[in-house]
Write a protein that binds this ligand. Structure first.
Ligand code: ZN
Length: 237
Protein backbone atom coordinates (compact mmCIF):
# COMPACT_ATOMS: atom_id res chain seq x y z
CA UNK A 1 0.00 0.00 0.00
CA UNK A 2 1.43 3.40 -0.97
CA UNK A 3 1.12 6.51 1.16
CA UNK A 4 -1.48 7.92 -1.23
CA UNK A 5 -3.73 4.93 -0.52
CA UNK A 6 -3.73 5.37 3.24
CA UNK A 7 -6.89 5.76 5.27
CA UNK A 8 -7.50 9.29 6.59
CA UNK A 9 -8.28 10.10 10.21
CA UNK A 10 -4.96 9.06 11.68
CA UNK A 11 -4.13 6.41 14.23
CA UNK A 12 -2.77 6.19 17.74
CA UNK A 13 -0.79 3.00 18.39
CA UNK A 14 -0.29 1.55 21.86
CA UNK A 15 3.44 0.99 21.52
CA UNK A 16 5.38 -0.80 24.26
CA UNK A 17 8.60 -1.64 22.43
CA UNK A 18 7.70 -5.35 22.25
CA UNK A 19 7.31 -7.62 19.23
CA UNK A 20 3.53 -7.36 19.02
CA UNK A 21 3.12 -3.61 19.38
CA UNK A 22 6.03 -2.95 17.00
CA UNK A 23 4.40 -5.17 14.37
CA UNK A 24 1.07 -3.41 15.01
CA UNK A 25 2.85 -0.08 14.51
CA UNK A 26 4.20 -1.25 11.12
CA UNK A 27 0.67 -2.37 10.21
CA UNK A 28 -0.73 1.06 11.14
CA UNK A 29 1.96 2.85 9.11
CA UNK A 30 1.01 0.82 6.03
CA UNK A 31 -2.64 1.70 6.55
CA UNK A 32 -3.13 5.19 7.99
CA UNK A 33 -2.08 8.62 6.78
CA UNK A 34 -0.52 9.70 10.07
CA UNK A 35 0.43 7.65 13.08
CA UNK A 36 1.23 8.67 16.63
CA UNK A 37 2.38 6.42 19.48
CA UNK A 38 1.67 6.14 23.19
CA UNK A 39 3.48 4.09 25.83
CA UNK A 40 2.94 3.57 29.55
CA UNK A 41 5.39 3.64 32.42
CA UNK A 42 3.58 1.69 35.12
CA UNK A 43 6.43 0.58 37.32
CA UNK A 44 7.37 -2.42 35.16
CA UNK A 45 9.89 -4.70 36.88
CA UNK A 46 12.32 -3.89 34.12
CA UNK A 47 12.51 -0.61 32.27
CA UNK A 48 14.28 -2.28 29.35
CA UNK A 49 11.09 -2.48 27.30
CA UNK A 50 10.60 1.28 27.73
CA UNK A 51 14.24 1.83 26.78
CA UNK A 52 13.67 -0.18 23.58
CA UNK A 53 10.84 2.13 22.43
CA UNK A 54 12.97 5.04 21.10
CA UNK A 55 15.53 2.59 19.67
CA UNK A 56 12.82 0.79 17.68
CA UNK A 57 11.26 4.08 16.54
CA UNK A 58 14.65 5.43 15.40
CA UNK A 59 15.39 2.19 13.52
CA UNK A 60 12.00 2.31 11.77
CA UNK A 61 12.44 5.98 10.82
CA UNK A 62 15.94 5.31 9.46
CA UNK A 63 14.94 2.25 7.44
CA UNK A 64 11.63 3.54 6.06
CA UNK A 65 11.57 7.23 5.02
CA UNK A 66 7.87 6.94 4.09
CA UNK A 67 7.01 5.69 7.57
CA UNK A 68 9.22 8.41 9.05
CA UNK A 69 7.14 11.06 7.28
CA UNK A 70 3.89 9.57 8.66
CA UNK A 71 5.15 9.10 12.24
CA UNK A 72 4.11 11.85 14.59
CA UNK A 73 4.40 12.52 18.28
CA UNK A 74 5.38 9.79 20.76
CA UNK A 75 4.08 10.12 24.31
CA UNK A 76 4.93 8.10 27.43
CA UNK A 77 2.29 8.36 30.14
CA UNK A 78 3.28 7.68 33.73
CA UNK A 79 0.88 5.24 35.41
CA UNK A 80 2.61 4.48 38.69
CA UNK A 81 -0.79 3.79 40.24
CA UNK A 82 -1.01 0.47 38.33
CA UNK A 83 2.17 -0.81 39.92
CA UNK A 84 1.04 0.38 43.34
CA UNK A 85 -2.30 -1.43 42.99
CA UNK A 86 -1.32 -4.66 41.29
CA UNK A 87 1.49 -6.26 43.23
CA UNK A 88 1.91 -8.88 40.51
CA UNK A 89 5.07 -10.47 39.19
CA UNK A 90 5.52 -7.90 36.41
CA UNK A 91 5.95 -5.07 38.89
CA UNK A 92 7.35 -6.89 41.95
CA UNK A 93 10.38 -9.07 42.27
CA UNK A 94 8.66 -12.47 42.49
CA UNK A 95 8.83 -15.62 40.37
CA UNK A 96 6.59 -15.78 37.27
CA UNK A 97 4.22 -18.77 37.37
CA UNK A 98 0.63 -19.79 36.65
CA UNK A 99 -1.89 -18.99 39.37
CA UNK A 100 -4.69 -21.28 40.54
CA UNK A 101 -7.16 -19.23 38.51
CA UNK A 102 -5.33 -20.25 35.31
CA UNK A 103 -3.89 -16.77 34.82
CA UNK A 104 -0.15 -16.16 34.93
CA UNK A 105 0.80 -14.05 37.95
CA UNK A 106 2.16 -11.52 35.47
CA UNK A 107 -1.43 -10.45 34.86
CA UNK A 108 -2.04 -6.87 35.95
CA UNK A 109 -5.84 -6.73 36.43
CA UNK A 110 -7.52 -4.65 33.77
CA UNK A 111 -4.27 -3.16 32.55
CA UNK A 112 -5.33 -2.95 28.90
CA UNK A 113 -8.64 -1.33 29.82
CA UNK A 114 -6.74 1.43 31.60
CA UNK A 115 -4.30 1.77 28.68
CA UNK A 116 -7.15 2.00 26.16
CA UNK A 117 -8.96 4.64 28.23
CA UNK A 118 -5.82 6.80 28.38
CA UNK A 119 -5.14 6.19 24.68
CA UNK A 120 -8.68 7.28 23.81
CA UNK A 121 -8.29 10.45 25.88
CA UNK A 122 -5.11 11.27 23.98
CA UNK A 123 -6.63 10.32 20.61
CA UNK A 124 -9.53 12.65 21.41
CA UNK A 125 -7.17 15.53 22.10
CA UNK A 126 -5.05 14.76 19.03
CA UNK A 127 -7.98 14.25 16.68
CA UNK A 128 -7.06 10.63 15.83
CA UNK A 129 -9.83 8.23 14.81
CA UNK A 130 -8.17 4.82 14.98
CA UNK A 131 -6.66 3.25 18.08
CA UNK A 132 -4.40 0.30 17.35
CA UNK A 133 -3.37 -2.30 19.93
CA UNK A 134 -1.18 -5.39 19.42
CA UNK A 135 -3.32 -7.51 21.72
CA UNK A 136 -3.86 -11.14 20.81
CA UNK A 137 -6.35 -13.78 21.89
CA UNK A 138 -4.37 -16.63 20.32
CA UNK A 139 -1.22 -16.60 22.44
CA UNK A 140 -2.49 -14.92 25.61
CA UNK A 141 -5.89 -16.49 26.11
CA UNK A 142 -5.25 -16.13 29.83
CA UNK A 143 -5.49 -12.35 29.66
CA UNK A 144 -9.19 -11.44 29.66
CA UNK A 145 -8.51 -7.79 28.82
CA UNK A 146 -6.84 -8.88 25.53
CA UNK A 147 -9.93 -10.73 24.28
CA UNK A 148 -11.73 -9.63 21.15
CA UNK A 149 -15.03 -9.22 23.01
CA UNK A 150 -13.34 -7.04 25.65
CA UNK A 151 -11.86 -4.76 22.99
CA UNK A 152 -15.18 -4.49 21.13
CA UNK A 153 -17.02 -3.68 24.38
CA UNK A 154 -14.36 -1.11 25.21
CA UNK A 155 -14.84 0.54 21.80
CA UNK A 156 -18.55 0.93 22.54
CA UNK A 157 -17.87 2.25 26.06
CA UNK A 158 -15.30 4.78 24.82
CA UNK A 159 -17.49 5.97 21.95
CA UNK A 160 -20.41 6.51 24.30
CA UNK A 161 -18.35 8.02 27.09
CA UNK A 162 -16.32 10.37 24.91
CA UNK A 163 -18.99 11.08 22.28
CA UNK A 164 -16.67 10.13 19.43
CA UNK A 165 -16.46 7.46 16.72
CA UNK A 166 -13.21 5.72 17.52
CA UNK A 167 -12.34 2.47 15.79
CA UNK A 168 -10.24 0.07 17.87
CA UNK A 169 -8.08 -2.06 15.59
CA UNK A 170 -6.29 -5.26 16.71
CA UNK A 171 -4.38 -6.65 13.70
CA UNK A 172 -2.81 -9.49 15.72
CA UNK A 173 -5.97 -10.68 17.49
CA UNK A 174 -6.30 -14.02 15.67
CA UNK A 175 -2.73 -14.81 14.67
CA UNK A 176 -0.02 -16.63 16.60
CA UNK A 177 3.59 -15.53 17.15
CA UNK A 178 4.79 -17.30 13.98
CA UNK A 179 2.29 -15.38 11.87
CA UNK A 180 3.19 -12.18 13.71
CA UNK A 181 6.79 -12.65 12.50
CA UNK A 182 5.37 -13.35 9.03
CA UNK A 183 3.25 -10.18 9.17
CA UNK A 184 6.34 -8.11 10.01
CA UNK A 185 8.10 -9.49 6.93
CA UNK A 186 5.03 -8.89 4.75
CA UNK A 187 4.88 -5.27 5.95
CA UNK A 188 8.52 -4.28 5.64
CA UNK A 189 10.52 -7.19 4.28
CA UNK A 190 13.58 -8.60 6.01
CA UNK A 191 14.59 -5.10 7.13
CA UNK A 192 11.49 -4.70 9.29
CA UNK A 193 11.66 -8.34 10.38
CA UNK A 194 15.22 -7.75 11.59
CA UNK A 195 14.15 -4.65 13.54
CA UNK A 196 11.38 -6.66 15.21
CA UNK A 197 13.70 -9.58 15.90
CA UNK A 198 16.73 -7.67 17.15
CA UNK A 199 15.40 -4.45 18.70
CA UNK A 200 12.09 -5.37 20.34
CA UNK A 201 11.87 -6.79 23.84
CA UNK A 202 9.65 -9.54 25.25
CA UNK A 203 11.64 -11.19 28.06
CA UNK A 204 10.00 -11.00 31.49
CA UNK A 205 13.42 -11.24 33.10
CA UNK A 206 14.56 -8.05 31.35
CA UNK A 207 17.52 -9.89 29.84
CA UNK A 208 19.11 -8.38 26.73
CA UNK A 209 22.54 -9.94 27.15
CA UNK A 210 21.72 -13.36 25.64
CA UNK A 211 21.36 -13.28 21.84
CA UNK A 212 19.27 -15.92 20.05
CA UNK A 213 17.97 -16.37 16.50
CA UNK A 214 14.63 -14.97 17.66
CA UNK A 215 16.09 -11.98 19.50
CA UNK A 216 17.43 -11.16 22.93
CA UNK A 217 16.24 -12.61 26.21
CA UNK A 218 16.84 -15.08 29.03
CA UNK A 219 15.51 -17.93 26.88
CA UNK A 220 13.61 -19.62 29.71
CA UNK A 221 10.77 -17.30 30.85
CA UNK A 222 7.24 -17.76 29.38
CA UNK A 223 7.64 -14.71 27.09
CA UNK A 224 10.94 -16.00 25.69
CA UNK A 225 9.42 -19.49 25.27
CA UNK A 226 6.51 -18.11 23.27
CA UNK A 227 8.74 -15.93 21.10
CA UNK A 228 11.28 -18.72 20.47
CA UNK A 229 8.56 -21.21 19.60
CA UNK A 230 6.93 -18.67 17.25
CA UNK A 231 10.23 -18.05 15.53
CA UNK A 232 10.94 -21.76 15.07
CA UNK A 233 7.51 -22.28 13.50
CA UNK A 234 7.94 -19.19 11.28
CA UNK A 235 11.46 -20.15 10.20
CA UNK A 236 10.29 -23.70 9.36
CA UNK A 237 7.85 -22.07 6.93
ZN1 ZN B 1 13.02 -14.29 29.10
Amino acid sequence: MHASDTIPGGALVLFSGGQDSTTALGWALQRYDRVETIGFDYGQRHRIELDCRPVVLDAMRAAFPGWSAQLGEDVVVSLDAIGALSGTALTRDVEIKMGEDGLPNTFVPGRNLIFLAFAAALAYRRGLKHIVAGVCETDYSGYPDCRDDTIKAMQVALNLGLERRFVLETPLMWIDKARTFQLARDLGGDIFLDIVREQTHSCYAGDRTHVHEWGRGCGVCPACDLRAEGWRKFAAG
